[in-house]
Design a protein around this ligand. Structure first.
Ligand code: SAH
Ligand code: F3S
Length: 484
């Protein structure tokens, strides 16, 4: 559970899409890290398809190899460095002409240093510079290294229709904000993805409608901090105070956007990620309660249960305020599932702080979570101001205690569903048994059940008969009323 990922099997997998007959060049693209990176790779593929590229699973035949990278923890960067070694071997042994480009957060963090450190790299492109790829590729073709890591005030890629890569045709991501203004002291994201800006709701709705037309059944609205969404005609969130009265009066916040999306496609399931406790307001909870198609599930990272540590992390809330938010969620959406992100061993964390984390977990009993050891990131406030003073073995032990407790809570939450009949959206064949489907409930819990006559993309009512820690087992008893 250490790396925060959506689907382990997708990390580093080559992403491919329908070939275009007229395209002759071959692109091999891999993504690491968060959902936003996977979503960005779809934008990149869309841009490159127009430049004459088809995607391939086979690096040996690729003209261009791209890797969309993650900087969130040192381990994530090490994974990418290992991949670069692999590319190097392929280039030496079987594909001397292939070019290699690095995208994403490591590109932004290391900039042209990448070219010096890794000889295999020909091109370095930051998360806001993908529209410049055609020019950058031109430079590379002419034999020059190419770098663009300029961060933007405006770029949201709202005008680019992403191609859907390696997906299941049922669930898709739709990005709604880029960047983050929160400056949590441990986090590299504000440096690699720039300041926060929101995407035009009209282009979001168009993308959602288009997905519905193509048969998609579920979308996840994506942003580093979705609750902070604010559209007032474009520009950075921090510049909202300079907006005109008219812009202020007609601005759309996250609760408003949720309503728009829920109303545009009432048969589609809607999810969102990630919510930051300090920005999640009750009007969002009321929008969720009002619309049946918005899933009753919130990913609500807290990082620590100690108010003192939260303050050192520059999280803008206390332990008690977080607990109040949890209470509000239960009051407004009684069956809402909640998940967490936790960091073990943040600088200065004492045993008492760690106990606060465990007791907060007892209070919430999260459905599941993503748990990490603190990893110091160069350039962050924590790296500059605080000594990474919790010994590795203590960090490890605390992380283990957090994970063990979460396992208990996950088992507890999963068990509560046994005996109930829940709607499941079928996503794919079960990995363990080709006679069974795998899908998710609105609570984001995975459910598997015998296939019978059902198909991928069906909304099915499943009677839950048993469970493991994280998976529900059951049998279908018919279509749900959402089935078209
Ligand atoms: N708001 C973002 C958070 C991105 S980072 C989102 O969309 O999820 C994801 C998680 O990685 C954070 O919630 C935090 O738990 C973890 N993380 C971030 N920086 C870290 C660091 N330096 N060391 C360990 N974990 C970290
Ligand atoms: Fe990072 Fe905090 Fe933003 S974790 S992405 S700075 S909300």
């Amino acid at each position: 559970m250490e790396e925060k990922i959506i689907d382990e099997s997708k990390q580093g997998e080559a992403l491919v899409l329908e070939p275009q007959a007229k395209n002759s060049r071959k692109l091999y693209i891999e993504s690491y890290g968060c959902q936003m990176n996977f979503s960005d790779s779809e934008i990149v593929a869309s841009i490159l398809t127009k430049q004459g590229y088809n995607t391939t699973h086979n690096m040996e035949e690729a003209d261009l190899v791209l890797v969309n990278t993650c900087s969130i923890r040192d381990k994530a960067e090490q994974t990418v460095r290992k991949r670069l070694e692999k590319y190097n071997a392929v280039k030496r042994n079987s594909n001397p002409n292939m070019k290699v480009g690095v995208l994403g957060c490591m590109a932004e963090r290391l900039k042209s240093k990448f070219l010096e450190e890794e000889k295999i790299v020909d091109m370095v492109v930051g998360p806001d510079a993908y529209k410049d790829l055609p020019n950058l590729l031109q430079e590379v073709e002419e034999g020059r290294d190419a770098v663009n890591v300029i961060l933007s005030k405006e770029e949201t890629y709202g005008d680019i229709a992403p191609v859907r890569l390696g997906g299941n045709g049922v669930t898709a991501f739709v990005s709604i904000t880029r960047g983050c203004d929160n400056m949590c002291t441990f986090c590299v994201v504000p440096f690699t993805r720039g300041r926060e800006r929101s995407r035009d709701p009209q282009s979001i709705i168009e993308e959602v409608n288009d997905l519905a037309e193509k048969g998609y059944k579920e979308i996840t609205l994506l942003g580093q901090n979705v609750d902070s969404y604010l559209w007032y005609g474009g520009g950075l969130k921090k510049d909202f105070k300079k907006a005109t009265d008219m812009q202020k009066a007609t601005a759309i916040n996250f609760a408003g956007l949720l309503e728009m999306v829920a109303n545009a496609q009432p048969k589609m399931r809607i999810r969102f990620s990630t919510s930051n406790p300090q920005d999640m307001t009750e009007d969002v909870l009321h929008s969720m309660a009002k619309h049946e198609n918005i899933c009753n599930y919130i990913h609500l990272p807290v990082q620590s249960g100690s108010t003192r540590v939260l303050k050192e992390m520059n999280r803008q809330h206390t332990r008690e305020e977080y607990m109040e938010l949890i209470d509000a969620i239960h009051r407004i959406i009684p069956d809402c599932a909640i998940s967490q992100d936790m960091i073990a061993g943040f600088p200065t964390e004492t045993e008492a702080d760690h106990q606060d984390t465990l007791t907060l977990m007892e209070y919430v009993k999260y459905d599941f979570g993503f748990m990490f050891m603190y990893s110091e990131r160069p350039g962050t406030m924590a790296a500059r101001k605080l000594e990474d003073d919790v010994p590795e073995d203590v960090k490890k032990r605390r992380l283990t205690e957090i994970i063990d407790l979460q396992q208990e809570h996950s088992a507890y939450r999963t068990k509560q569903f046994v005996g109930k009949t829940l709607e499941v959206l079928i996503e794919k064949e079960s990995k363990k048994n080709d006679q069974e489907w795998s899908g998710r409930t609105q609570y984001n819990t995975v459910a598997v059940f015998p296939k019978e006559h059902y198909e991928v993309g069906d909304f099915v009512m499943v009677k839950i008969t048993d469970c493991t820690t994280a998976t529900l087992l059951g049998e279908a008893v018919g279509y749900s009323k959402n089935q078209a």
